[in-house]
Design a binder for this molecule. Structure first.
Ligand SMILES: Cc1ncc(COP(=O)(O)O)c(C=O)c1O
Length: 414
C-alpha cells in the first residue's frame, strides 16, 4: 500500500511534465486508476534525467503548425530542433562529427577541432567540444549575425571573423579553418588537429539518417507524405530523406532554396548556376539573401548522397527573402512560434508543397533554430528596411497572401 502511494506520488510528480511513455501512467493516475509496476518501469525508462549536455541532444518534439495546417487543409509539422541544448539542428551534427573523429583517432581529447561556418555549427561544435575535452576554433564570415560569434566565444572557443569571399579564395572561412587544423596537426601530431568539415564529412549525413529522420518517422509514421527543407551542407535533407525513404518509399522529398542559391536550378533544371548565381562571380557576398545557413552554389558530399540515388528528390521550391521574413512574423503572431531565417524558408516551402499535393496530406519540415539567433538581422525591422525588405502585412490569420504567386514547386530533373 505504502509502495502504491509512493508510486502514485512519483507518477503524479512526473505528470506535470510528461514525456512520451509515461503519459499513460500519468493519465491513469489522473483518472484515479492505480498505476502498475510496469507503468513505473516504463516511466523510469523514459526518464528525462540526463547524464550531461550531450545526452540532451536529439529527441526534439515534432509540433503541428496550426495556422498553416488550417489554411492549407493539410497537416504541417515542424521538428523543433531549436530545442536542442546548443539551440539548433547542428548539435547532433557536431556531436556525431566529434564522436566519429575521436573513435577513429583522427582527433584526441586535448586536440583542436576546427570548423568554418556561417554560425550554428560553430555554436554546437564549441558546446560539444567543451563537453568532450576538445579545444575548438571557428572561422566565420563577418556578416553573420554577431550573436553567433559571441555565443561561440562564450563557450571558450576561439573565433576568427573573416571577409565573405568565394570558396575559391584562400581567405574563405572554410579554408581558414582547414589551415588552422593542418597547423595544429603539424605541430601536435595525428589527433592534435582535426577539421570538422561539415560540408564534406558524411558524419553529418549519418547524424540525420540515424537521428533526425528516424525520430520524425517514429513520431509521424505512415501518415507522412512529404518532407521538405533547405540545404546548407545538405546533411539534413540527405540524412532525413534516406531514413524516411527506407521506411516509407512513397514519401516525397523536396528541396527548399533561398534566393541567391544555385541548388534550385540544379534540382529542377539539371544545371547548377544561373549567370548571376555562379559563386566566385560576385564582387561581394556570393549569396544576396538575408537568410543564414542555407543556400549554396556547389555540390557537397552530403548533398551528393541525394543526387547519387535516382528518384530521391520529387522537386524543389524557391523562396524569396520577403516571403521568409513574412512567414516568420506570421507564425510568431498566429502560432507563438519564434523561428530563425532558415526555418522560415522551410515553412514557406512546406506550404507550397502542401498546396501542390492538395488537402489531406501530411508534410514535415525543420525548425532549425530560434529567432533569438537572428535578432540583429532577420528579426530587426530597421536592418531589413536598409536592404529594402519591408514586412508584408501578416495580421490576418485567414490568409497566406504574403506568399508570392510565383513560388512554385518545380519537379526534379537532377
Ligand atoms: C540555421 C541553419 N539552418 C539550416 C541549415 C542547413 O542544414 P544543412 O547543413 O543540414 O543543409 C544550417 C546549416 O548550417 C543552419 O545553420
Amino acid at each position: 500500500m505504502v509502495a502504491c502511494v509512493a508510486l502514485a506520488v512519483v507518477v503524479v510528480a512526473r505528470a506535470s511534465a510528461p514525456v512520451r511513455g509515461d503519459e499513460s501512467a500519468a493519465r491513469k493516475v489522473r483518472r484515479g486508476e492505480r498505476a502498475t509496476k510496469d507503468d513505473a518501469d516504463d516511466a523510469r525508462a523514459q526518464s528525462n534525467r540526463r547524464a550531461n549536455v550531450l545526452s540532451a541532444i536529439g529527441n526534439t518534439p515534432v509540433m503541428r503548425v496550426e495556422s498553416l495546417s488550417r489554411l492549407t487543409r493539410c497537416d504541417i509539422y515542424v521538428k523543433c530542433e531549436f530545442l536542442n541544448p546548443g539551440g539548433s539542428v547542428k548539435d547532433r551534427v557536431a556531436l556525431r562529427i566529434v564522436e566519429d573523429a575521436l573513435a577513429s583517432g583522427a582527433l584526441r581529447r586535448g586536440g583542436l577541432c576546427t570548423e568554418g561556418t556561417a554560425g550554428s555549427t560553430g555554436v554546437s561544435l564549441a558546446m560539444v567540444c567543451k563537453a568532450m575535452g576538445v579545444e575548438c576554433f571557428v572561422a566565420m564570415p563577418d556578416d553573420a549575425a554577431k550573436e553567433k560569434s559571441a555565443l561561440v566565444e562564450a563557450y571558450g572557443a576561439r573565433v576568427e571573423r573573416v571577409r565573405p569571399v568565394s570558396i575559391a579564395n584562400r581567405g574563405h572561412f572554410v579554408n581558414v579553418a582547414r589551415r588552422e587544423a593542418e597547423r595544429a596537426r603539424a605541430r601536435d601530431g595525428v589527433g592534435g588537429g582535426y577539421f570538422a568539415d561539415q560540408f564534406e564529412n558524411l558524419a553529418n549525413f549519418r547524424a540525420h539518417a540515424d537521428g533526425t529522420g528516424v525520430e520524425i518517422f517514429s513520431e509521424i509514421g505512415a501518415e507522412l507524405d512529404a518532407f521538405v527543407c533547405a540545404c546548407g551542407t545538405g546533411g539534413t535533407l540527405a540524412g532525413v530523406g534516406v531514413a524516411l525513404k527506407e521506411r516509407k518509399p512513397s514519401v516525397k522529398l523536396f528541396l527548399a532554396d533561398p534566393q541567391g542559391s544555385g541548388l534550385f536550378n540544379r534540382v529542377s533544371r539539371g544545371v547548377m548556376y544561373t549567370k548571376e548565381e555562379a559563386e566566385g562571380k560576385r564582387l561581394k557576398n556570393p549569396f544576396d539573401t538575408v537568410t543564414e545557413g542555407v543556400g549554396i552554389n556547389r555540390i557537397t558530399e552530403n548533398f551528393k548522397v541525394l543526387l547519387d540515388r535516382p528518384g530521391m528528390l520529387t522537386g524543389a521550391v524557391k523562396v524569396s527573402d520577403a516571403e521568409a521574413v513574412a512567414m516568420s512574423r506570421f507564425v510568431a503572431r498566429h502560432d507563438g512560434l519564434f523561428i530563425g531565417s532558415s526555418s522560415a524558408v522551410n515553412l514557406v516551402s512546406a506550404v507550397r508543397v502542401a498546396q501542390s499535393l492538395g488537402p489531406g496530406h501530411c508534410i514535415c519540415t525543420i525548425a532549425c533554430d530560434s529567432g533569438l539567433r537572428h535578432m540583429t538581422k532577420f528579426w530587426d525591422d530597421e536592418y531589413l528596411a536598409k536592404i529594402d525588405l519591408t514586412s508584408h502585412d501578416v495580421a490576418s490569420a485567414d490568409s497566406l497572401s504574403f506568399l508570392d504567386d510565383d513560388t512554385v514547386v518545380t519537379a526534379a530533373r537532377c
